[in-house]
Design a protein around this ligand. Structure first.
Ligand code: C5P
Length: 397
């Protein structure tokens, strides 16, 4: 498995809103991720942007009318509806929502939506009063009740200068909505995957912590890969700078003990646990409740106590994956962890190698399973590493 956008057929409907300029970025991101993209522009969209913008991005003709004799739709008016794996309307104006809600079919986008069996996503963008108006809200409810996804809008500064609900979601988030729609029949559909991420922070006093260099990137990448195979995903994350990815619940914790509670609670109804967090092996025994004063002391001795092993504390009847970050004897040490922690799979890596250091976007791991299977992966993006891990997990379920 890999990014569900690769070789997918996506139709992007662009309607009349100033957020049109962001649709060009969205189109570019979809194409770069591997989608075959068709664009339909409504009359309103044509007032804001020239179709050449999208033609240059997609390398395909842009549909601007249901009745253009040059258009593919002139010969087969439901061609795009049939071909699409997913349709996203972004920006979606109030008018576009109303037309879809009431089944209008007088323009190329409305007709395509009416004929489509593929999942449909609307990304509304409009003035806050227009969005909050009962008419628009009824149209939104009507569409939602038919299984349409309404992605956004967000609160924020609108083109009118006012602050309100009506801003289109950012293109990166919309690309993730498309991935989620494409993966609804993925090999982890109906499964719950819990992923831990980041390096725990163990307090010494209210201002100081003992921690490690984990960035959380590996765990978040596994989580995105699981989401993109249809799983419902919860990340239990120690402090990281990473925002919650679209469609993934992120529970933020600090210490190993907090992580243990959260992971165990989440695993009650989970099918898979991937422990990508760097859990501190030790915590200062008895954190001071006031800031430790340096005074005139020349040295400080901190007594540490052992943290419990989280992965070993979790139910035995789910698939468990661990990571082994090693600096020597990688294979032997990782195999020891597979056995001691009763894991189904371990992803081992040599953290001394420069291209896979903490915080990097790539990793080079060796996957080892219980049956003695060893698979050495080359240098890969962490998201791809996540998919390799989940290829094995999906077979174990
Ligand atoms: O023993 P070590 O820390 O190298 O083991 C790494 C694996 O065990 C990782 O998957 C890590 O998330 C998990 N672990 C854990 N609880 C700990 C320490 C590590 O679940 N206290």
């Amino acid at each position: 498995m890999r990014d569900p956008l690769i070789d997918s057929s996506v139709t992007l409907g662009v309607t009349g809103s100033i957020a049109c300029y962001k649709a060009a970025d969205l189109a570019s991101r979809l194409v770069r991720a591997g989608a075959k993209l068709d664009v339909i522009m409504t009359e309103g969209a044509l007032r804001f942007l020239n179709p050449i913008t999208f033609a240059a991005i997609t390398h395909r003709p842009v549909v601007t009318s249901l009745f253009d004799p040059q258009s593919e739709l002139a010969m087969d008016h439901v061609a795009l509806a049939r071909r699409s794996d997913v349709i996203i309307v972004a920006p979606a104006s109030a008018d576009a929502l109303a037309k879809a809600a009431w089944g209008f079919a007088g323009d190329a986008l409305s007709a395509t939506l009416l004929a489509a069996e593929a999942p449909v996503i609307f990304a509304p963008a409009m003035d806050a009063n227009m969005y909050d108006n009962a008419a628009t809200q009824e149209n939104v409810s009507r569409l939602v009740s038919r299984g349409v996804v309404i992605a956004g809008p967000e609160e924020g500064r609108l083109a009118s200068g006012l602050i309100g609900r009506g801003r289109m979601l950012e293109p990166a988030a919309l690309v993730d909505h498309v991935r989620i729609a494409l993966s609804r029949h993925g090999d982890l559909a109906g499964r719950k995957v819990v992923v831990s991420a980041g390096g725990t922070q163990e307090p010494m006093d209210p201002v100081r912590v003992v921690t490690n260099r984990s960035s959380g990137k590996m765990g978040f990448a596994v989580a995105r890969a699981a989401r993109d195979r249809g799983a419902s995903v919860v990340v239990v994350s120690a402090p990281t700078a990473l925002p919650a990815p679209t469609g993934i619940d992120v529970l933020r914790v600090e210490t190993a003990l907090e992580m243990m509670d959260a992971v165990n609670a989440q695993c009650e109804d989970a099918d898979v646990l991937v422990m990508a967090a760097a859990v501190a092996d030790w915590r200062p025994s008895g954190a001071a409740d006031r800031k430790l004063k340096k005074g005139t002391a020349r040295s400080l001795t901190v007594e540490m106590m052992r943290n419990p092993d989280i992965v070993a504390s979790v139910r035995k009847d789910i698939v468990k994956v661990g990571f082994a970050a090693e600096t020597e004897d990688v294979i032997e040490n990782a195999h020891g962890k597979l056995v001691d922690k009763e894991l189904d799979l371990v992803a081992a890596n040599d953290v001394t190698s420069a291209d896979v250091g903490f915080g990097s976007d790539t990793n080079r791991v060796v996957l080892m399973d219980r049956d003695g299977g060893v698979m050495e992966l080359g240098l890969l993006d962490k998201y791809e590493v996540g998919h390799h891990i989940l290829d094995k997990v999906a077979r174990m379920l």
